[in-house]
Design a protein around this ligand. Sequence first.
Ligand code: PNS
Length: 159
Amino acid sequence: MRVCVYPGSFDPVTNGHADIVKRSAKLFDKVIVAVGNNSAKNYSFSIEERLKLLEIALKEYDNVEIVPFNGLLVNFMRQKNAYTIVKGLRAISDYEYELQMALLNKYQSPEIETLFMMSDINYSYLSSSAVKEIARNGGRIEGLVPDSIKDSIYEKFAL
Ligand code: PNS
């Protein structure tokens, strides 16, 4: 069974993330969406909220599993018997950070490969931070996040 892990903070999930899941779900038998929960990070959405939004946004895929993790990604992957990481790559600015992560993960676990999938051109400018800033200020997030979670995001930032 070909399994991949798509890790991220998903704070919150965007259409860019959903597109990577959709494409990965065609290439792999199972996609594990691994939701990072690092106590040193300041998330806007709690782990419960991030998981819930992902469940709603990705409910159409029957080969996608959404699982929280903390600690090192490679340890989580070993527990899951998964050896392929999928990451989305947007602009050049993502490259340096992603290269560092991929090399450090490889250093920890040489048997684990990282595969990069180029972002769809429509989402190459999109980030969770930008979505939050727009929503917080009452801007338009239609088309940037799955329709099914749009209202929950506005509600989160309602004054
Ligand atoms: O959405 P993000 O912020 O790009 O997601 C980052 C995430 C969760 C994929 C990354 O922080 C991660 O893998 N954290 C676990 C800790 C780890 O294994 N780090 C790799 C060595 S630097």
